[in-house]
Design a protein around this ligand. Sequence first.
Ligand code: APR
Ligand code: PHB
Length: 389
Amino acid sequence: MRTQVGIIGAGPAGLLLAHLLRRQGIECVVIENQTRQHVEERVRAGVLEQGTVDLLAASGVGERLQREGLVHHGIELRFNGESHRIALTDLTGRSITVYGQQEVVKDLIAARLGGGGEIFFGVTDVALAGLDTDAPSLKFTHEGRAHSVDCDFIAGCDGFHGVSRASIPARALAEFSRSYPFAWLGILAAAPPTSPELIYAHHEHGFALYSMRSPTITRLYLQCSPDEDLSRWSEARIWEELHARLEASDGWRLAEGAILQKGVTPMRSYVVEPMRFGRLFLAGDAAHIVPPTGAKGMNLAVNDVRVLTEVLAAFYAGRRAALDDYSPRCLGRVWRAEHFSWWMTSMLHRAGADDPFHEKLQLAQLKYVTSSKAAATSLAENYVGLPFG
Ligand code: APR
Ligand code: PHB
């Protein structure tokens, strides 16, 4: 086989890249090591920046998103038993849309397959070769047959644990990372949201987040330890902690419902520089990870492939040097989001068993962002997403 761009991974990054390239008349082959059902059912984050929504809509995959997505104009911060609203739209003129990542994935898979494109699901033995030449290649096994694809470029969209970044010689990359002494226990519940907006709660037992997916499904998270044993969390204990951490003194109550899904999300900050090695371009989680507190992960993946499409289109139009712009253009936004996600995480999570000084700093910062218009605007403009660079 031969193609222009070999794409590894059918998450939001790989699928959107395939879609955007096709609109530029650039061919690609997409390979994914999981099944279609697995990638469509994997529960992930769900907040889309305005720019992400606009890009999906402008490229023709926003129809269901605009029909079913929940547009939000604010978020709540709860601490000291009180609730404070950050009026995102009043402060920035922009909004966010709550729409599950796997719904974006479903829409993109439907667009590719419906448009006559192909995705090789369930591949094994993925290997990359010739990355530092002008003729890289991609090898894999699909339904028992070995394939080799000659490419102009390879896009590594295979997430944090993928094979792409691991195929780059270590001396060619610099890694920057931070780990956190906590994780999130997340549940999806068959319960109607009783709050119209997301609630980020600072509490002495630890952080909690109230989110949703639809008028009948609530998405909830509790700070827990990174090696949390899920068997120690009975349904009763989960609800007890959610009530304790999320309900403030204003009488608001969350609704309980059957727990449809339960899992632990690790918290990590990670960036690799540059996001390119020769003809291999890394995009999305393959190049960077943010803790979920700032809701930036999927939005960064979308921005990377937007930029990658632009530089590849410029290359095929004769501007070969445009390739050099990819990594620096992406990294500016990546580091802004790394800072914001780290900052939100540090402000809201219980640090250690005994760090009263840190807790006082958190409360001082929370009071500041909820009482100063300048500070609230800073949070809001990062949360809704800064304009594309
Ligand atoms: N070969 C083929 N596919 C692979 C391989 C491999 N060796 N390794 C991993 N993959 C696939 C994974 O199964 C997954 O479907 O690559 C895909 C990567 O998708 P995501 O992990 O969703 O990453 P990305 O597309 O960059 O989207 C980033 O995902 O984790 C969230 O918070 C993150 O919202 C952000 C988004
Ligand atoms: C979610 O709805 O899954 C969600 C929302 C906001 C976050 C993280 C996750 O910051």
